[in-house]
Design a protein around this ligand. Sequence first.
Ligand SMILES: NC(=O)c1ccc[n+]([C@@H]2O[C@H](COP(=O)([O-])OP(=O)(O)OC[C@H]3O[C@@H](n4cnc5c(N)ncnc54)[C@H](O)[C@@H]3O)[C@@H](O)[C@H]2O)c1
Length: 292
Amino acid sequence: MSDLKGRNAIVTGAAVGLGRSYAQALARNGVNVVGCDVRDEIGTLQAELEAMGVKASGIRADVSVPADVRRTVDEAIATLGHIDLLVSNAGTWLGSVADDDLDKTLSDYDKVVATNLKGVYLFGRAIIPHMLEHGRGGDIVNISTDHVNTCGTPFHVCPKNEQCPWKDAPRPTSGGTIMDLYDAAKWGIHGLTFAWCKALAPKGIRVNAIAMGATDSNMLRGFHNFDPSEEEVATWMRAEDSAQVVVDLLEEGPKGRNGEFINLCVGRHPRLEPELPHVYILKEDAHVIARG
Ligand SMILES: NC(=O)c1ccc[n+]([C@@H]2O[C@H](COP(=O)([O-])OP(=O)(O)OC[C@H]3O[C@@H](n4cnc5c(N)ncnc54)[C@H](O)[C@@H]3O)[C@@H](O)[C@H]2O)c1
């Protein structure tokens, strides 16, 4: 059985898609899981995970609403005793371009930044004091996008990846022009991940992010007007493969990597690659002090 057995997790955006897969994969590895979401399907999470032999709960909550975040964390602690793991996955997408008019811009901002950045920020703020207080260390995994860390990044990111379709002509980075706000919100997760990684490493808490590439989900199907071609879908990653990467990352434990944006890019099988050299922070700043 996994080293994770008996640990306690919160997964945000756990009703469908990647979040549901993260919750299922953690439960399969013996982790007790509280999931939250705004969608109705969160109501079926508890029974599904309990059938796997773990404690579970599904809470209807909006990650951008402070009272919902507080309630979710309080209920999770009441149900599970304490929380070791946070997977901040809830996200939303819409198209936005540089010359959008101001009214659309403000309404888009309230939707996209509220969920994709404020939600990660609020959950971190709610859970970090609790992790520090219980003193057992822990893990935070923030779900970002490959637009912040894609195959167009310097080749040192995956030098031995012979299957990389972009290796001879790196793909331009940063996700193109049709989702500037989504990308900006996800870039903001860099700031939180690096700052928290440095602040919390001495306390035995790791903070990493997954730079997700195109993965079959409600969100990506919506991006294709729910009518993607079979050829298109065949190029996408599967949520369960990404979930296994999260499990492998968490199983590394306190001596594992810290402050990394783990790149899962289309064109190769998603798996936890060897740790990368740090680009943005000093390695010693990311050194986690293992808790007893
Ligand atoms: N699927 C992809 O190709 C892809 C690529 C890059 C990054 N991502 C990121 O992965 C994460 C999961 O995406 P997905 O593809 O599974 O999307 P999805 O739309 O299938 O699932 C997202 C879940 O988050 C929930 N959610 C949205 N806003 C919320 C809020 N304010 N409060 C609580 N829950 C909320 C949704 O209800 C949904 O259940 C997101 O952060 C997304 O940006 C996905």
